[in-house]
Design a binder for this molecule. Sequence first.
Ligand SMILES: Cc1ncc(COP(=O)(O)O)c(C=O)c1O
Length: 509
Amino acid sequence: MVSILKYKHNPNLQMIDFKAIIEKEITLDPDNPAALRRLAHLMVDDMFDYLSNVAQRPVWQAVPETTKQFAQEPLPITGQSVESIYESFKEHILPYTKGNIHPRFWAFVQGTGTHLAMMADMLASGMNPNVTIGDHSAMYIDQQVIEWSKEMLHFPKTGSGMLLSGGSMANITALIVARNAFDAQIRAKGLNPQQRLVMYASAETHSCQQKAAEIIGIGTEGLRKIPVDKDFRMNITALKQQMVADKAAGFTPFCIVGNAGTVSTGAIDPLDKLAAICKKEQLWFHIDGAFGALAKLLPEFEGALKPIERADSVSFDFHKWMYMPYEVGCILFKNKDLHRKSFAMQPAYLLSHERGLAAGPDSLNNYGPELSRGFKALKIWMSLKEHGIDKFRALVRQNVAQVLYLQDLIEKQPKLEMMTPVTMNVACFRYKPLRKTLSTEELNRLNKEILMQLHEKGLSAPSYTLLQGVYAIRVANVNHRSTKSDFEALVTDTVRLGDAIIESGMKLF
Ligand SMILES: Cc1ncc(COP(=O)(O)O)c(C=O)c1O
């Protein structure tokens, strides 16, 4: 009778011989700690060698069929030796990596990582704190990094911020706060369809703003994509016209997103003008500075990026132009109260106590959508202490100088043409044969072919974009390992491959 009552929620529990099980408890800690320690030392040595020799390897190599098949093994039922697992890693996984640690990688906008930050990630995983709640060291270090971030971008000390997985989450978080700041009722009642909220961003804005518009409930159509001028900056006249038309049609503008460095070309929107419009119209001013916000470290960008200080929120990525290993982005807010009001909740199991583990700083789940967070702050904290902000400042400047050097090389090479002037760390260019007239479509196809061959031959990894329908080879330099010879090689290889494709008579259609 007792046992039936005891197991009434799940009678199957009677089948478990718990006494026998707890007599022989198991764990995931190593059976042979000394052997795993030896392997761990080897892993560190291998990884240091791997980083030291990175320039000798191809930037990228295709994942072979054997590895694709290897990645389809059935679920392991029992364990195998860690040595054999590590061997599989070295054979199948390590060689076919993306390549963004390589000095000739400039695709998308992807940072390179550093030795110490790699070790910091190991230390953070070893400690394995969940950095959301409680009185423990990681909470203070996380907060320290936010304080330093505010200082770096000249945001006030009274502001707040959050480390997140990346720029997309940072932008989405900003727009949740922007929406709720417009109408505090939205948290409880949801969107009021009568309000017909709309936000504005340039046509060159990163696609994560569209995701944000969908997530905050205003929909893709609630994001007004404003045309850009010839330099790919938001056209302010078009913005004003769109706002007038929207208001007349019963829509409610609530936010403008400015770009501090667009993903395709690195263009900086006229942020001062956007700040003034937001002030006048009482709109939230958010800046997507995924990589470009870090150029604010340089006085030479002070003119264009000073208005970041007038924004309500700014997002940027440590894994882009601060060279941190994946993944870590950041969102900063001017008004901590509005930030907190968007997310704060006090469920019974997360109430803060006066003392003990459940005491400590304000819980971070009050400042974002996540409840579980890793210790990503540690790598940033260690790296800033290792180098100091001046070293990062010098590297950001070096990356800009390298892209200006690349622009110079391209301008001197008659078979290459710049597609847009360099404004920051992005260069867009294409190959154009001298003695053959090709249509835009043929040139697009030709340059796409050149890019694919650059990758396949492991020579270098720029990426691509379409500028008003024209295919451009695109270099986004957030690489602390690149040297000027890498850019020289890119120019030489692009011309050589372009010439060879033309000479081969390859059909472009
Ligand atoms: C301007 C801009 N915004 C947002 C993002 C998205 O950042 P993440 O990839 O870290 O989510 C990127 C990525 O390249 C970007 O360049």
